[in-house]
Design a protein around this ligand. Structure first.
Ligand code: SF4
Length: 361
């Protein structure tokens, strides 16, 4: 077959895809209406996070902060608590800045034009396209990893998924075929197809795919080769020793420095590098921390995008509450302080009862 005969006309996908979406779309909390605020919150939460994990966060967030005004005014500590466990905390800090900008520059009304939406902190081309199309039905593509994968498979485009030229060209191809009347549905249909049928891991469910009839990768059996994978950079390993300083029913926490990873969130005191219990005895004495015993309580790993933390945890039973730290009960920590997922792994151990500690020993 010569190249011109082989060229896929993406226009042919519009009708079958819209029809499939109408009959198969999942019921998701952010799809109850097309309020731009809800679309925005869900799209930001869904970056790097699975749909099932996002659902309870979304409901809780919208209940507490139902509109732009409430987000613009919420205290930072409470905002971080609402986001606790979702990770990538700069996302929610930028949301607050964007909400303040909407209040200051757009009279508190979510802007409609793509350029205005794109001018808000933390909103890139994908999110601006998603909001413009889903909330305001404008024919503007929103190209994320799911959409790239679908189009690369349909057209057997062999460029690497991370290649910015690929994203630009897919955006342009889609812009030409966007249905004016159903722009929002088309955006969501493409995302949905990538999320539940043309899946990234394992085999795509081509037998259930509404655009199988025009898919080049399906006909050649080459689905899993698209998009081409970029060579992964090895993650940087950081080793840490985490101190669970306990005194009666309280545990010590401190605030992370501004400007770095997980800035401004709370953490259990920790040291760079791995230490033995014996070495910790000396270090704790130098820190003037009065303690009775130190118990090793296991290793944990936490993976960020480019860094991996390998952590050793030690329970330290203190005689007094050192003033270097903030001391909190289990209830206070759960209710009022945002503790990143990397440290959540130690929370249960920090508040273990005596029997459990004996088991650790
Ligand atoms: Fe993806 Fe298969 Fe559909 Fe092609 S036929 S778009 S590979 S699910």
């Amino acid at each position: 077959m010569c190249k011109s005969e082989n060229t896929v006309s993406l226009k042919n996908m519009v009708e079958p895809l819209l029809c499939w979406y109408q009959n198969n779309k999942r019921k998701l909390p952010w799809r109850e209406n097309n309020d731009p605020y809800r679309v925005w919150v869900s799209e930001i939460m869904l970056q790097q996070t699975r749909v099932e994990a996002v659902k309870p966060y979304f409901e809780n967030f919208i209940k507490r902060l139902p509109d732009v005004q409430s987000l613009a005014e919420v205290p930072e500590e409470e905002l971080l608590k609402l986001w606790e466990g979702l990770g990538y905390y700069s996302r929610v800090r930028n949301m607050k800045k964007a909400a303040q900008k909407i209040c200051d520059c757009f009279s508190g009304v979510f802007p409609q034009s793509y350029e205005d939406i794109l001018s808000l902190p933390g909103i890139g081309q994908y999110t601006a396209g998603a909001i413009a199309s889903i909330a305001f039905n404008q024919p503007i593509p929103a190209v994320d990893g799911n959409v790239l994968r679908v189009i690369c498979r349909l057209t057997e485009d062999g460029r690497e998924g991370s290649n910015p030229e690929l994203k630009k060209s897919v955006t342009e191809q889609l812009r030409k075929i966007y249905p004016q009347e159903h722009a929002g549905d088309f955006t969501q249909a493409l995302m949905e197809l990538g999320a539940v049928i043309c899946v990234p891991n394992g085999s795509p469910k081509c037998a259930d795919c509404p655009v199988q009839f025009m898919c080049r990768a399906f006909y050649s059996g080459s689905q899993i080769n698209f998009p081409a994978a970029a060579k992964k950079k090895a993650r940087r390993i950081q080793k840490k020793t985490v101190l669970l300083l306990c005194c009666k029913d309280k545990v010590a926490i401190c605030k992370r420095d501004e400007g770095g990873l997980l800035e401004g969130l709370w953490e259990f005191p920790n040291l760079e590098g791995l230490y033995s219990a014996e070495e910790l005895e000396t270090i704790l004495k130098e820190m003037h921390i009065e303690f009775e015993s130190i118990v090793f309580c296991g290793e944990k790993k936490h993976i960020f995008t480019h860094i991996e933390w390998r952590m050793l945890g030690f329970l330290v039973f203190c005689r007094t509450e050192s003033s270097q730290f903030t001391w909190v009960t289990k209830e206070q920590l759960s209710k009022d302080f945002a503790l990143p997922a990397a440290f959540q792994k130690f929370k249960k151990i920090a508040f273990a009862d005596n029997d459990s500690v004996a088991h650790i020993q």
